[in-house]
Design a protein around this ligand. Structure first.
Ligand code: CP
Length: 316
């Protein structure tokens, strides 16, 4: 693996999941792999899990890390080509990426969708620029349209908890007061389909994801019907794709409740976190045995560690 930007960088998904499960059993077995090498974690947006799980994964591999919070510590970056930089952007990605790559062996980036211009976000301008101008491997820690490390951790978690070979997995839209990107939902949809699970997406009409992200997933507008017999319920809000970046519904009837979880096949509840209690999901669901959000977050270590291990091996 030379870089990890999306599921397209995965050659053999079942083998990758098995590797992650093996690493989880013995996390320090590759602690020499990262010796005398280092990774820079670049954040253009906030994070708790991604930042800490990435540092933990690097620690387990013997890899040094540095964290750059561009918003508070770095120069404001310009990504467009040929612009006159007389505004608030002090440094161009061309110089920044080249300099960072001269200090580190791997670069990982978080850069959320701005939700202003769909074409710009879906062109992955920021992640593509880092990929183009960094001569070292690049890891996506959530970009405009995808969060593959999260989806990989979600898949590891489902593999650990599933009771049948091909579980019914439901991604449900849930209300939220703010406009959120589609990245988590997009990647989850891609990875669940790549895993060949029985996969349904449920959301209010008008909240369709991009066609290329929906793929061959079933789309069910009746949330209760979608929940029937589900083995896993994955809740996530996303802002509107058609009326791009807008919050066109805050319908609290879409919140996941204990009552709705009873429609499932004793299904497990998942969310990537952070989650707003009693907005996205009833607190009682999170506090119940059905919730696996903490093991899911723990698996962020092992998705990152597996990806980083494969990159270090290919660049040794
Ligand atoms: N799920 C996730 O990416 O969490 P953070 O935003 O806290 O990193």
């Amino acid at each position: 693996m030379n870089s990890f930007l999306s599921i397209n960088d995965v050659e053999n998904l079942p083998a990758l999941v098995q590797e992650a499960l093996e690493i989880k059993k013995n996390p320090h077995v590759y602690s020499d792999l990262g010796r005398q090498r280092s990774m820079c974690l670049i954040f253009l947006n906030p994070s708790l899990r991604t930042r800490l799980s990435s540092q933990k994964a690097a620690f387990n591999l013997g890899l040094d890390t540095a964290v750059l919070d561009v918003g508070s510590q770095g120069w404001n970056l310009e990504f467009a080509d040929g612009v006159v930089m007389d505004g608030d952007k002090a440094e161009h990605i061309k110089e920044a990426a080249a300099v960072i790559s001269s200090y580190f062996d791997v670069v990982a980036i978080r850069a959320f969708a701005k939700l202003q211009d769909r074409e710009e976000d879906y062109s992955e301008q920021v992640m593509s620029a880092f990929k183009e101008y960094c001569p070292v491997p690049v890891i996506n820690m959530e970009s405009s349209t995808g969060h593959p490390l999260q989806a990989f951790a979600d898949l590891i978690t489902i593999e650990e908890h599933k009771k049948v070979e091909k579980p019914k997995v439901v991604l449900t839209w849930a209300p939220h007061p703010k406009a959120l990107p589609q990245a988590v939902a997009n990647s989850f949809s891609q990875w669940m389909q790549a895993a060949n699970f029985d996969f349904t997406i449920t959301h209010p009409e008008g909240y369709e994801l991009a066609d290329e992200m929906v793929g061959n997933a079933k789309v069910e507008y009746d949330q209760a019907k979608a929940f029937e017999g589900a083995d896993f319920i994955y809740a996530k809000n996303w802002s509107n794709y058609k009326d791009y970046g807008k919050v066109v519904s805050k319908d609290s009837n879409w919140m996941v409740t204990q009552q709705k979880m009873q429609l499932t096949n004793a299904g497990k509840f998942m969310h990537c976190l952070p989650v707003r209690r009693n907005v996205v999901v009833e607190g009682a669901v999170l506090d119940s045995d059905q919730s696996i959000v903490i093991p899911q977050a723990t698996n962020r270590i092992f998705s990152m560690q597996t990806v980083t291990k494969k990159i270090l091996e290919s660049t040794h």
